[in-house]
Write a protein that binds this ligand. Sequence first.
Ligand code: ADP
Length: 407
Amino acid sequence: MKILVINCGSSSLKFRLLEMDNEEVLVKGLCERIGSKFGHFRYEPENAERLERDVDLPDHDAAVKMVIDTLISEDHGVIDSVDEISAVGHRIVHGGDKFSHAECLTPDVIAEIEECSALAPIHNPVNLMGIRACQKYMPTTHMVGVFDTAFHHTLPEEAYLYGIPYEYYKKYKIRRYGFHGMSHEYVSRRTAEVMGVPYDRCKQIICHLGNGASITAVRNGESVDTSMGYTPLEGIIMGTRSGSIDPEIINVIAKKEDLDTQGVMDILNNKSGVYGLSDFLSSDVRDLSTAYGKNDPNAIRALNTYVYSIVKYIGSYVTVLGGVDSISFTAGIGEHSSLIRKLVCEKLYYLGVKLNDVANDNANGETLISLPDSRISVYVIPTDEELAIARQTKERLEAYGSGKNYE
Ligand code: ADP
C-alpha cells in the first residue's frame, strides 16, 4: 500500500511517498517559497538522482500539481499512475476539540476543519488548500486528515482550562489544545520501545525543540499536559516566538510602541524568542551556540533564558506526572544541539539526572545520553512526523475498509 504524505505550511509543502508494506520511503521532497515567482522544488527519490529546480509556484494548487506530475513523469517518476497511491495523508494543524484521531476527509469533516480555521488562521486554510488540490488532481484517491492537536485530546480538564471566565470556554472554546501531537506521540512510543517498557505503563517528558517548540507530559501513553496552548505561541521560549508572557505586556508594548494588537502579536510571533532576546543576533540555535562559545553576551543571555524556560516546564511536569521515568529530546535543536541538552540536564541534577557527556556529544539517531546510574533515563529520539502521518493514514484507511470515496 502506497501512501502520499502532504504537509502544507504557509509558503511550503513537504511531501513523502511511502510503501507502507515495509515503510520504505520511495521519494521525499519540498516545495518552497510558494506564492512567489521564485519558488523552489526539491525531489529526492530513494534510488535515483535528486532533482532541484527553481519554478513558478503561485499557490499550493500549483505545488501539488508539480509534485504529482513529477511522481508520474517519465524522467523522474516512481509510479506509473496516481491510482497506485492508496491514500493521501494530510497534516492538519488544528482539529479543535473535535478530532481525537485521524479522519477520512468527508465533506462533513472538511467543513469541521474549516470551522477550526478561526483557531489557526495561518495554518488550517493552507492545509485545506492542499486537500482541495489533491482532491482535484487525484479525484478517486482516499484523503485522510491527521491532526496536530489529536494526541492532546486526553488532557484532563484542569490542564486544558485557563483561569478565565468559564463561559469563554463554553462560548468560544478558549482552552489549551496543544500542538506537535504527531511528534510527541511518535517520540514517546519510540522511547518506550527503546527503553523496553510497556507504553501504557511509563511516565515520560518529551521535549520537541525546533523553531517552534513544545514540551509534553505523557503518562501511560496519554498526553496529560503540554506547553503550547490555545495557539502555538504559548509555552517555552522559541526561535522567534515569545512563549508564555504576562498578558498585560501586550497592552504596554501597544501603548509604548504605538501598535495595534495585531502589531504586538507580530512582535511576539516573529521578533521575540531567542531572536529577540539575542538583540536580533539570530533565531538559529546553531549561530547562537557558536556565539555562545565565543562568550557573546547576546547569545549567552538568549540561550540561558531559553534553557531556563525549558527546565521550568520539565520541573512542573515532574510534579504533574508524580515522578518521571524518561526525558526525550527531539526536533532540530533537541536532536542536534548537544550544548542545549547539556545545559538543560545540568539543571536537572536535583532529580538525579546524570548526563553521559560522551554519548551526548556523539549522539546520532536514537541514543541513550544518561549514565547507567542516572535516576531518569535521558534520550535523543529523532522525530518523524511524516512517518507518523503515514501510519495513522494507513490505520484509518484499514479501519474504514477498502470502499472508494466517502461521500
Ligand atoms: P521547525 O520544523 O519547527 O521549523 P526544526 O525541528 O527543523 O524546526 O528545527 C530547526 C532548528 O533546529 C533551527 O532553528 C536550528 O536552530 C536548530 N538546529 C538544527 N541543527 C542544529 C545543530 N546542529 N545545532 C543546533 N541547532 C540546530
